[in-house]
Design a protein around this ligand. Structure first.
Ligand code: PMP
Length: 354
């Protein structure tokens, strides 16, 4: 008998379950709407040209594979924080951001969760209902209490803005408010600029700490600055905040596990302390982050030519995603001559997990 007898089967990840059901289905007209990565017209993974070029440069230079410092590659952290806030942002000029390279968006969220658990005991994280399914697990495993604010309104298939504001207002003062910077997963619904202002008003009024998850900068609109405007709006109000960043989607670096956690503080002094604690937390978890993706990002984002090329490639991807969605919507809403819906593209045998 196994010593591991007491371990029961873990439930499958809900999003991965959709992909598995897709593979299992024999329906010829099946469409996998759960793919967690950008695919080409031929359903193939897409390696960005700028990534290939950056890797070529790295090979030419014969870059080593020694350990990075715990906080990651300094040049990576610099371009990353600049990409998020914009080079001329006062928070950067005043050295008010603690940036630590981490294991993509997920690892960055987890690192921040560990910081909350240790230094804000009992403080809740508020997240949208629904949110990316891993958010709950990340905070559960880090033993951080959380609750939800209303977000998706099935009646309007839009944002329940009143509900969202009311719930953020009703939360205990000084809570963390998890916000997705753009391209909200899983609803695809983002607040308008006016709504973001009002969200910032209540967050500020209640002394909450905004905690942004930015996993799709550039992917929502095709424009890096536009997609960071929510975060920049909060920063411009002088608020302290946290941002988890990922390069999985916008540079197609999924498996490189490259991203960062940024903590905007009110003083450079606090930045030094926060950064030291993030490193203290990272060290026993994974010691130091991977170098390859960090160098790819640094070469692309830090080089004016490659950066421009990246922007074009990203715009292409964002546009194509939009047109694919449009086509899907149109084919689902096509009516036959009798007026009956003939957009029966969704597999009847399979319903989405709740
Ligand atoms: N946040 C959101 C909202 C996401 O959708 C994802 C990826 N699906 C992530 C974070 C994290 O992705 P990664 O760990 O690959 O950066």
């Amino acid at each position: 008998v196994s010593r591991f007898e007491g371990i029961s089967m873990a439930p499958p990840d809900p999003t991965i379950g959709v992909s598995e059901a897709f593979r299992a289905s024999t329906n010829e007209r099946k469409l996998d709407l759960a793919v967690r990565a950008y695919r080409t017209e031929e359903l193939q993974p897409y390696l960005l040209n700028v990534v290939k070029k950056a890797e070529m440069l790295m090979l030419e230079r014969g870059e080593h594979r020694e350990y990075l410092p715990i906080e990651g590659l300094a040049a990576f952290n610099k371009v990353t924080v600049e990409l998020l806030f914009g080079v001329d942002n006062p928070v950067i000029k005043q050295q008010r951001v603690a940036t630590v390279q981490s294991i993509s968006g997920t690892g960055s969220l987890r690192l921040a969760a560990e910081l909350i658990e240790r230094y804000f005991p009992g403080v809740k994280v508020l997240m949208s209902s629904p949110s990316w399914s891993n958010h709950k697990d990340i905070f559960n495993d880090a033993r951080v209490p959380w609750s939800e604010y209303r977000y998706y309104d099935p009646k309007t298939v839009g944002l329940d803005f009143e509900g969202m504001i009311a719930d953020i207002k009703a939360a205990p003062e000084g809570s963390f408010v998890l916000l997705q910077g753009c391209a909200h997963n899983p609803t695809g619904i983002d607040p308008t600029p006016e709504q973001w202002e009002k969200i910032a008003d209540v967050v500020q009024e209640k002394n909450h700490i905004p905690f942004f998850d930015v996993a799709y900068q550039g992917f929502a609109s095709g424009n890096l600055d536009a997609d960071a405007s929510s975060v920049r709006l909060f920063a411009a109000r002088g608020m302290e905040l946290m941002v988890a960043q990922s390069y999985s989607k916008n540079l197609g670096l999924y498996a490189e596990r490259i991203g960062a956690i940024n903590v905007v503080c009110s003083s450079a002094d606090a930045v030094a302390r926060v950064k030291s604690q993030l490193q203290r937390l990272a060290r026993p978890m994974y010691s130091n982050p991977p170098v390859h993706g960090a160098k790819i990002v640094t070469n692309v984002v830090g080089d004016p030519d490659l950066f421009n090329e990246w922007r074009k490639e990203m715009e292409m991807m964002a546009k194509r995603i939009k047109s694919m969605r449009r086509k899907l919507y149109d084919s689902l809403t096509v009516k036959d001559k009798s007026g009956k819906d003939c957009g029966d593209l969704l597999d009847e045998e399979y319903s989405l997990p709740s």
